[in-house]
Design a protein around this ligand. Structure first.
Ligand code: RB5
Length: 154
C-alpha cells in the first residue's frame, strides 16, 4: 500500500489525549514526521485551542495534512473548517475515511476519541493516508468553496 509520507501535524483535547498519543506513535513508526500541537495531558482543556493550532498551519500550507481528535470529533471539525483551504473530515469509520480522500481531498482527518477504538483509529489513518483524490468533477466542486472563510488569517 502506497501512503502519503508528507510531514503532518496532530492535535487533540483531553478527551482524546490517549488516542492522540497512540496515533502519533503509530504515524511516527511509519517514518512520517509528525508535529504534536498538544494537548500534553489528560487535564481538562478546550478543543478550539488545538483545532486552531493545527488548522492554521494547514491553512497556511505549512503542512499538507493534519489529524485532530476530541471526544466526538464534532467540535474539532466545526473549528477547523472555518479556516480557508482546510477540508476537515470527521471520519469515525473506514468508508468515510476513504470517501473523504477520494471525493473531498480532505486535508485534516478528524476522529472521536470517545467513538472509535485504537485499532479502528489506526485502520482509519492507514486508509486516509493511502486513498488518492480522484480530482476531475470533485476538484470542480471543491473550487466552489475552498477559498471561502469565516475568519481572517492572522
Ligand atoms: C469534551 O468533554 C468534549 O466536549 C470535546 O472533546 C468534544 O467532543 C467536543 O466536540
Amino acid at each position: 500500500m502506497t501512503i502519503d509520507r508528507s510531514p503532518m501535524i496532530i492535535g487533540s483535547d483531553h478527551a482524546a489525549f490517549g488516542l492522540k498519543e497512540t496515533i502519533r506513535a503509530y504515524v511516527a513508526a511509519k517514518g512520517i514526521t509528525i508535529e504534536d500541537a498538544g494537548t500534553f495531558s489528560r487535564d481538562s482543556s478546550d478543543y478550539p485551542d488545538f483545532a486552531i493550532k493545527v488548522a492554521l498551519r494547514v491553512s497556511r500550507g505549512e503542512y499538507t495534512r493534519g489529524i485532530l481528535m476530541c471526544g466526538t470529533g464534532i467540535g474539532m471539525s466545526m473549528v477547523a473548517n472555518k479556516f480557508p483551504h482546510v477540508r476537515a473530515a470527521l471520519c469515525n469509520d473506514l468508508f468515510a475515511a476513504k470517501m473523504s480522500r477520494r471525493h473531498n481531498d480532505a486535508n485534516i482527518l478528524v476522529m472521536g476519541g470517545r467513538v472509535v477504538g485504537e485499532a479502528l483509529a489506526c485502520e482509519i489513518v492507514d486508509t486516509w493516508l493511502a486513498e488518492p483524490f480522484e480530482g476531475g468533477r470533485h476538484q470542480q466542486r471543491i473550487d466552489k468553496f475552498d477559498g471561502l472563510s469565516t475568519i481572517e488569517l492572522p
